[in-house]
Design a protein around this ligand. Sequence first.
Ligand SMILES: NC(=O)c1ccc[n+]([C@@H]2O[C@H](COP(=O)([O-])OP(=O)(O)OC[C@H]3O[C@@H](n4cnc5c(N)ncnc54)[C@H](OP(=O)(O)O)[C@@H]3O)[C@@H](O)[C@H]2O)c1
Length: 333
Amino acid sequence: MKIITEKDIDGDPLGGRTICVFGYGSQGEAQALNLRDSGAEVVVALPAGSRSRERAEREGFEVVDPGEGARRADVCALLVPDEIMSDFVRETVSPNIREGTALVFAHGFSLRFAEVDPPAYADVIVVAPMGPGLRLRERFMEGKGLPASFSVEQDATGTARATALGYAKAIGCARVGLFETTAAEETEVDLFAEQAVLCGGVTRLIEAGFDTLVEAGYSPELAYMECLYELDLTVSLIVRFGLSGLRKRISGTALYGDLTRGDRIIGSETREAMREILREIQDGTFARQMVSDERSGGKELHGALSREREKLIEETGRRLAAIAHPEAVPDSS
Ligand SMILES: NC(=O)c1ccc[n+]([C@@H]2O[C@H](COP(=O)([O-])OP(=O)(O)OC[C@H]3O[C@@H](n4cnc5c(N)ncnc54)[C@H](OP(=O)(O)O)[C@@H]3O)[C@@H](O)[C@H]2O)c1
């Protein structure tokens, strides 16, 4: 795959077009600020009574009603929650946009699963930054960027790809690298990575390690610090230097333990579970279950969350917060 950077993008493909950023949350705030700092004309669209309105106005953005934003924009950055995306596009965006307007998504989920059906006369693109909005903004301010994937899902004007590249450049992602893909691939890989590795995988690995030590009579405090707190160092070494870079920087004892024991932790059973999880993403089972839980008030999600909070590892974390998580906002819930 060719990785695209700024040197591959000619001129300013956004060229004076008005961009309306819908939503001013994690991605909306960061993208609106980066776009404006890159010289784009930006307005923010939020519903009346939105909790985000004050923050956007404080930053000096003109905040308009979403219907008006769709009417005014040449480029609509759709940065509202994925759960409401398909209704939002159908009820607010599609009836109000002009022919040739570009719709920019930051994640392909609603295109892949939620039956978003934008009008045939709109360009539809995905520019998905690889990280949260706060990081996207911080890196931009440092003169760097976050990598992103991008795709063209509908090219009504013949210029959708140039718009995608221009947009990715303006939010800072082309400073690092752009991966060209499809909404389906981006979504399936993203969901799999968060379920099997980044969130579902890592949290359960930490819990299983912690529980094994505590069951064997070791103190929860030490188990917590070793299995959870110290992960920070490992992850930052992996991200900075790669797996072999980590292995160059750990002790000989840690290295021997890693290479002779790791395959027993992630064995054939876990790999088969990963394949099954991937199949459930690909055939839509995961998306259907999630949407159906949301429609019934999030019973499954909230039940699981409250069971997690009651676990010994969480109770230990709360007791050790001053040492282990000094930056954590006190959680009274
Ligand atoms: N967060 C990430 O790390 C990340 C990374 C890559 C891609 N993405 C994608 O970025 C998109 C946005 O996610 P996010 O995490 O930035 O969401 P978020 O933090 O939950 O923010 C959503 C924003 O949309 C506003 N909103 C809600 N309903 C609206 C409506 N009807 N019209 C206009 N604005 C409305 C919310 O206002 P209120 O404050 O009033 O609720 C809030 O400002 C999603 O597609 C997501 O998958 C997110």
